[in-house]
Write a protein that binds this ligand. Structure first.
Ligand SMILES: Nc1ncnc2c1ncn2[C@@H]1O[C@H](COP(=O)(O)OP(=O)(O)O)[C@@H](O)[C@H]1O
Ligand SMILES: O=C(O)C1=C[C@@H](OP(=O)(O)O)[C@@H](O)[C@H](O)C1
Ligand SMILES: [Mg+2]
Length: 417
C-alpha cells in the first residue's frame, strides 16, 4: 500500500474520495482490527504515507522517528509519512479544527470554552483553543473525573461562550442524543461539533433553534485531509480545495425532504428530483404502508389518525438518519412536533406549493371535499413555513419545479448554512 487510512474499524469513510480528488493518488482503506495487526503494519513500514484513526493515534507515536512538537503535546498522530524509511508523525486534526473555527469567524481569544467529551479529540480541540488565546478551557464528561466537570455542573454554572462537542454523543446511529441544555448558557456565541454524521447533531439543532451559530465537523474532516495530503506529497497546503470538496460531498450525501399539502406534487416532484440529482427516492407513505402492512386509507379507517401519525413519526426517525435521499413526506408530517427537525438533520426541507384548486380531492382520507382542503391549508401553512428551509412553487411544468428545487437545494450550501 502506498497511501491510505489505518484504523480498527473503518466502515464508510469519505477520506478516499477527498484524498483522491486532491492528491491524484489512490488511497486505500486498511482495516487493522487488532493492536497486533497495527503493530505489524507499523513495523513493516511498507507504505508511503497514511492517516491514522481510532484507536491507533497514540499507538503510532513510538514508531515515529520524529513527531512534530504539536502532535507530541496533544499525544496523537493522525498523519504518518515515510521518508526514506524514516517515519514522521503529524497531527492535522489540529489544523482541521482550527480551519473550521477560522472559516466561520469563531474566535477563542479571551473566551471560556466548554469541550464536551474526554476522549482523544478533546486534546486536539483544547490545544487549538489554548493556542488561540482562550481564557479558560473546561472539559465536560459524564463522570466528571480527571479534572473534568459534569454536564450538570456546567449547566449550574451557566458559564461558557463557545461549546465544542468532541464526544461521540449524537453521532449515527445514536442520532438525537445530546447531554446539554443550551438554554442554561446565556452568553453562548457559537457551537461547533466534530461529528459530521448527521450533519446537524441534536446539539447543533438546539443551537440553531436558539439562534446561535452552529457548525458541523465536515469542514474539519475535509481540511485535515487537505493538510495531510500536503504532508504526504511535501507540497504547500492549498486550502482552496476545502470549500469545493466540502460542497461536493454535501451535495452528494445530503437528503432533500419535501413537505406540503396532500396532492401538491411531493411524490411526483420527488421522483423526478431524485433522478436529476442521482439520489435515492423514498416515499414515506410507502414506508408506512410496508411497516403497517396495509394501505394508508385502511390505517385511517381501522386504526385512526393517531396510530397513523405514530407510524409516520417512526418512519421519519429511521429514514432521516440515512443519506443521499429525496424523501417525499405525507402532507400531515408537520402535524407531529419534532418531525421537521428530524428531517433537517441531514439536509434541507423544501415546501412544495400548489394552488389549492389544483389539489386532488380523492384517494386521500383527509382531502375529501374542496372546502375542507382550504381549511386544512390555512391550518397547516404556518407549520409548512416554519418546518421548511425554502419554498418551491409547483404551479406549472414539472421540469420547472425540479429546476427550482435543485436551485433551492444548492442555495442551502451558501456560506453560513
Ligand atoms: N407540475 C405538475 N403538473 C401536472 N400535474 C402534477 C404536477 N405536480 C403534481 N401533479 C399531479 O398531482 C397529483 C398529486 O401528486 P402527488 O405527487 O401524488 O402529490 P403528493 O405526493 O404531494 O400528495 C398527481 O396526479 C400528479 O401527477
Ligand atoms: O395530509 C395528510 O395528512 C396526509 C397526506 C397523505 O400523503 P400525501 O401528502 O402524499 O397525499 C398521507 O400521508 C395521508 O393520507 C395523510
Ligand atoms: Mg405523496
Amino acid at each position: 500500500m502506498e497511501y491510505g487510512l489505518i484504523g480498527a474499524k473503518l466502515g464508510h469513510s469519505y477520506s478516499r474520495q477527498i484524498h483522491e480528488e486532491i492528491g491524484g493518488y489512490s488511497y486505500e482503506l486498511k482495516e487493522l482490527p487488532t493492536r497486533a495487526d497495527a503493530e505489524a503494519f507499523l513495523e513493516a513500514r511498507d507504505f508511503k504515507a497514511v492517516n491514522v484513526t481510532i484507536p491507533y493515534k497514540k499507538l503510532v507515536i513510538p514508531y515515529c522517528d520524529e513527531v512534530e512538537p504539536r502532535a507530541a503535546a496533544i499525544g496523537a498522530v493522525n498523519t504518518l509519512v515515510n521518508r526514506d524509511g524514516k517515519l514522521y508523525g503529524y497531527n492535522t486534526d489540529y489544523d482541521g479544527f482550527a480551519y473550521l473555527a477560522r472559516r466561520h469567524g469563531v474566535r477563542f481569544r479571551g473566551k471560556t470554552v466548554l469541550i464536551l467529551g474526554s476522549g482523544g479529540t478533546r486534546n486536539t480541540v483544547a490545544a487549538v483553543c489554548r493556542d488561540r488565546g482562550a481564557e479558560r478551557v473546561v472539559t465536560l464528561s459524564r463522570s466528571g473525573a480527571d479534572g473534568c466537570i459534569t454536564y450538570e455542573q456546567a449547566e449550574a454554572s451557566g458559564e461558557g461562550q463557545i461549546i465544542v462537542n468532541a464526544s461521540p454523543a449524537g453521532m449515527y446511529p445514536n442520532n438525537g442524543e445530546c447531554l446539554l441544555d443550551l438554554k442554561k448558557f446565556p452568553d453562548l456565541e457559537a457551537v461547533l461539533d466534530v461529528v459530521y454524521n448527521p450533519f446537524r447533531t441534536e446539539l447543533l439543532l438546539r443551537a440553531e433553534e436558539l439562534g446561535i451559530p452552529a457548525y458541523c465537523g465536515m469542514e474539519m474532516l475535509v481540511a485535515q485531509a487537505v493538510y495531510a495530503s500536503a504532508r504526504f506529497l511535501d507540497r504547500k497546503v492549498d486550502l482552496s480545495h476545502v470549500e469545493r470538496i466540502h460542497r461536493d460531498i454535501r451535495r452528494q450525501v445530503s437528503n432533500i425532504s419535501l413537505i406540503g399539502m396532500p396532492g401538491c406534487g411531493k411524490s411526483t416532484v420527488g421522483r423526478a428530483l431524485a433522478r436529476a440529482l442521482g439520489k435515492t427516492y423514498v416515499d414515506l407513505d410507502d414506508v408506512i404502508e410496508q411497516v403497517a402492512k396495509m394501505p394508508i386509507p385502511d390505517i385511517f379507517a381501522q386504526r385512526g389518525e393517531d396510530v397513523f401519525r405514530k407510524y409516520e413519526a417512526d418512519a421519519v426517525r429511521e429514514c432521516a438518519k440515512n443519506h443521499g435521499q429525496v424523501i417525499a413526506c405525507g402532507g400531515g408530517v408537520i402535524k407531529t412536533p419534532g418531525n421537521a427537525r428530524l428531517l433537517r438533520q441531514n439536509g434541507p426541507v423544501l415546501w412544495i406549493r400548489r394552488p389549492v384548486e389544483k389539489l386532488p380531492t380523492t384517494g386521500r382520507p383527509l382531502s375529501m371535499g374542496g372546502h375542507s382542503l382550504k381549511k386544512m391549508e390555512a391550518e397547516r401553512t404556518p407549520l409548512y413555513r416554519s418546518g421548511s428551509d425554502a419554498a418551491v412553487d409547483n404551479f406549472g411544468r414539472l421540469s420547472d419545479t425540479v429546476r427550482d428545487a435543485v436551485e433551492a437545494f444548492d442555495q442551502t450550501f451558501d456560506p453560513g448554512n
